[in-house]
Design a protein. Structure first.
Ligand SMILES: [Zn+2]
Length: 261
């Protein structure tokens, strides 16, 4: 069930073909490509960093080239989704991981992201999923216990909201960039695992942890696509073909305790 995103409202939305509305009269449009836009006027005005179409195109080009397949495979394996699962991808971007996962497993899939062009691209390519544009930083527009699986793949995290929309027996997969992710382009990153486990400690217990890395020889255009996807299109004066490493730390959590009614 979708909830009205207006602060102090949060009533259930009734979905029609072209719009959704709550009993208080707040109304939201369904776009031509099929996603529901829950952004409110003040949120539409402020441009978000996730917005750039070149970053989205760069990321999609990378996924389409196949180099991220090992990452997808590891995410699918550790998540182990089945047709019985209802999956939310919080910060779904252009939808590659969720769209691929639902095609492979037949799970019911919901994706939410704040970027209109990203969700538009997701809805066009993966029409079998339910796509929402919303600012989910403070409030995820879904009823309590809506999902059996929540995914957060290199996205912003909200432990309390993840817990609220997850069923008591559900699971949460958090994917973080591993320290060696894109090391050739931006140097070694931080190891974020311990800090993240700590962030989730109040609501979740870590049950499995895995680091997946892969490397691929990219041509100059692909390297440029990666640089766009991390918002550093001008970092290199002359982009050359090179071998690039991709890595994720995958953390699988279970809710620690039942959520109070
Ligand atoms: Zn409302």
């Amino acid at each position: 069930v979708l909830l009205c995103p207006v602060r102090d409202c949060h009533m259930a939305l009734v979905r029609e073909v072209r719009r959704a509305f709550c009993p208080r009269g707040h109304s939201f449009d369904v776009a031509r490509s099929g996603y529901l836009n829950l952004l409110q006027p003040q949120e539409r005005r402020s441009r978000q960093p996730g917005d750039t179409t070149s970053a989205i195109a760069g990321r999609r080009q990378l996924h389409d080239s196949g180099v991220t397949q090992p990452l997808l495979h590891a995410i699918a394996e550790i998540t182990a989704a089945s047709p019985r699962d209802t999956v939310l991808d919080a910060g779904c971007g252009e939808g590659f991981y969720l769209g691929s996962l639902t095609r492979q497993t037949g799970c019911e899939a919901h994706g939410v992201d704040i970027s209109i062009p990203a969700v538009d691209a997701a809805a066009r390519r993966y029409p079998g999923c339910e796509w929402i544009v919303a600012n989910a930083d403070r409030f995820m527009p879904y009823a309590d216990r809506s999902f059996s699986v929540v995914l957060s793949i290199t996205a912003r995290m909200n432990a309390g909201e993840f817990r609220r929309v997850l069923r008591d027996e559900g699971r949460l997969l958090v994917a973080l960039p591993a320290p060696e992710d894109l090391v050739e382009l931006r140097g070694a990153g931080r190891d974020r695992v311990a800090r993240t486990v700590e962030t989730f400690a109040h609501d979740f217990t870590l049950v499995e942890q895995r680091r997946v890395t892969t490397a691929a020889n990219l041509d100059a255009a692909a390297v440029e696509g990666v640089l766009h996807s991390i918002y550093r299109p001008r970092r290199l004066e002359r982009v050359e073909a090179m071998r690039v490493t991709f890595g994720l730390d995958l953390l699988l959590f279970r809710p620690t305790a039942r959520m109070p009614n």
